[in-house]
Design a protein around this ligand. Sequence first.
Ligand code: AMP
Length: 194
Amino acid sequence: MSDIIRINILGPQGSGKGTQTKILAKKLNIPSISMGQMLRDEVSKKGVHAVTAKDHIDQGHLVPDNIIKDLLFKELCCKGYLDGYILDGFPRFLAQVDLLDKENRSPTHVIAILLSDDIAVERIIKRKKIAQEDSNIVERSDAVPEVIETRLRVYHEETEPVIEHYRKVGVLSEINGDQSIEDVEKDIAKIFNI
Ligand code: AMP
């Protein structure tokens, strides 16, 4: 058994998984990767996968696995990830669970931040309004009503079975996402006794 900590944070859009990933990574002093951000960066720097990635993100669909594999596993091979890491937004469906297992990267902890669809939609709309009023915040192209609906449907159909799988494996902690950022942070900290 190794002491390497591999955390995967899952949750619907608007659950605050990105924010909590950053907070926890700082507290545990380990790096983190946001799969969604990695893909958005690939689009903005016009990388080889930019066109396909943007097309899928803008429709709310999951980006094909060959792209995910190429970006994620290339990054994970970097030295900085040897002592552990947090993955935000991965795995999103069962085939990606197998991918992690095959690469000997099965999570030691999975945190699911749960939120009802109504609150998720409310938060994304609020976030969009803030981005429109603040020129320093990039407005996301997938924060439009039809795409939000598709992303939530994909979450229920594809990602909830992943959460269920990790419950059975015994590595899952479920957190109520309908709380303040500070309270979610406290609940997550309890898992690691920090
Ligand atoms: P997020 O920032 O986590 O909301 O992700 C934004 C978008 O990136 C998603 O709607 C998908 O199009 C894509 N994406 C993020 N993570 C994955 C993943 N693990 N597999 C496939 N596509 C992903």
